[in-house]
Write a protein that binds this ligand. Structure first.
Ligand code: 5RP
Length: 239
């Protein structure tokens, strides 16, 4: 159950969020298969994984990346990035999450990379989620649900979420303009939902015209979660 990675004696007993990200990022190396391409997610926790991956870069052919940001970091560290279309399947996909429930269902997309994340996860036999325990929830929905949408459909989709009890807002950049994803689309963040049937919800919302990707990962849920805890240990949860 416990993948032992304790904070050294004498160090601050309560690890910082950044230390926890480093711990789970390093722990994920155990799931990288030597000689095989690895699927790589996006976000501040995955950045720690990419940094750790660089230490074993000579043991893998490279990675399939889920965002321009991760691609840039991988390449800067000398890790070759393969096009997803060049790969038939991946043994493992390593990514963070904004929320994860007790069955391994997740909310993702806080970093706006949800579409490519779902694509790479769908190529992969095993999803290893790396998070700290603040991301663990009993029911998904407290974190605003990211939904990538075709811009001309945004207002209609927002009304459809209102009918479900949610409030959708367009994600903006720092300069006030709409955030544009790597795929040239927009993101709605939906507050006020309680997603107690994640697979049904994902299946239903995915069919709405103009929805590119809903940030519920139930069809591509985690198989394993490496959970950074306040004690400085990494727990391994299997679903
Ligand atoms: C990006 C994601 C990330 O995995 C999620 O937002 C978690 O990010 P972080 O590790 O920075 O907390 O889904 O689209």
């Amino acid at each position: 159950m416990t993948h032992s990675a304790p904070i050294p004696a004498g160090a601050n007993p309560a690890p910082t969020p950044d230390q926890l990200k480093t711990l789970v990022g390093r722990a994920a190396l155990d799931y990288v298969v030597p000689g095989e391409i690895v699927g790589v997610g996006t976000g501040s926790t995955v950045n720690k994984f990419i940094d750790a991956l660089a230490t074993i870069a000579d043991r893998i052919p490279g990675a399939v990346s889920s965002s321009e940001a991760s691609t840039a970091r991988l390449q800067a560290l000398g890790i070759r990035v393969f096009d997803a279309n060049a790969v038939e399947r991946l043994s493992v996909y390593i990514d963070g999450a904004d929320e994860i429930d007790g069955a391994g269902n997740m909310v993702k997309g806080g970093g706006a990379a949800l579409t490519r994340e779902k694509i790479v996860a769908a190529l992969s036999q095993r999803f290893v989620c790396i998070v700290d325990e603040s991301k663990r929830v009993s029911v998904l929905g407290a974190f605003p649900l990211p939904v990538e949408v075709i811009p001309m459909a945004a207002q209609r989709i927002a009304r459809d979420f209102a009918a479900l009890g949610g409030t959708a807002t367009l994600r903006l950049r720092a300069d006030g303009g709409p955030l544009v994803t790597d795929n040239g689309q927009h993101i709605l963040d939906v507050r006020g939902l309680q997603i107690d049937q994640p697979l049904d919800f994902e299946t239903r919302v995915s069919q709405w015209p103009g929805v590119v990707t809903v940030g519920v990962f139930a069809a591509q849920k985690a198989d394993i979660c490496l959970l950074g805890t306040a004690s400085g240990e990494v727990q391994t949860l299997r679903f």
